[in-house]
Design a protein around this ligand. Sequence first.
Ligand code: BTN
Length: 262
Amino acid sequence: MKEQISRFLPAECPWGDTLHWFREVASTNTLAKEMAGQGAPHGTVLIAGSQTAGRGRMGRSFSSAEGKGIYLSVILRPECLAQQLMHLTCAVAVSVCDAVEKSCGVRPSIKWINDLVLGGKKLGGILTELSIDKGAIQYAVVGLGLNCTQKAEDFPEEIRDIALSLQSYIGKNVDIPKLTGAIIHELWEMDKHLLSKDFMAAYKKDCITLGQEISIVRANEISHGKAVGLTADGGLVVQFSNGKEETVQSGEVSIRGMYGYV
Ligand code: BTN
């Protein structure tokens, strides 16, 4: 599988040399954090055929059926402060949208901050985890889960209404190694100018949350408002129903459309 994926990487991309493929792991993000702690270099890529404990934001699980999705984590070691890289999840989301568009001819949208969406349903998600020492990043693990060839019955019943795969949306076969190669390629390109906030202009175009009425769940409290803007760091500017405007950061909140998943 490693060779099949590497075929789709440009020869000059060194990340093919630090690519690890596993048939099954608990979570590629968890394993990547272990490997990073043991000194795995920048650009180490972990891919799994399936995960038994795939994780999403806010402690949620990520359904990872064998051979039907892309379950991938990359270890990055940018030399900067965490504060300079608040937009990392946004940059990854845009890069994955670019790869899907180039490889499959359809561009997903983004539901703030980390969900990839097609046809109003969840196509995948990104889980970014940072190790920070005195404000500086020791390493970042960027995890991506992307539904590729699942049929509705392959998803657990509780997410069947809100999840979908790329293949079922485009109605054509999805070549998983080719798409995986395209994603690694885009992430490698992204890494070359990681500190630039230029990603936010593309993110703004892809983000379907902007302009929507949303519910915001914070510390078990639900409030309602309208998403009116994005900051350069990827914060969501919300106008609450009491008229107050506030920027919410991804760490603290979960958002839903007022009338459904998106
Ligand atoms: C989310 O939906 O909130 C993010 C989902 C991220 C899932 C990916 S799959 C590969 C990597 N390993 C994990 O355990 N999670 C991420």
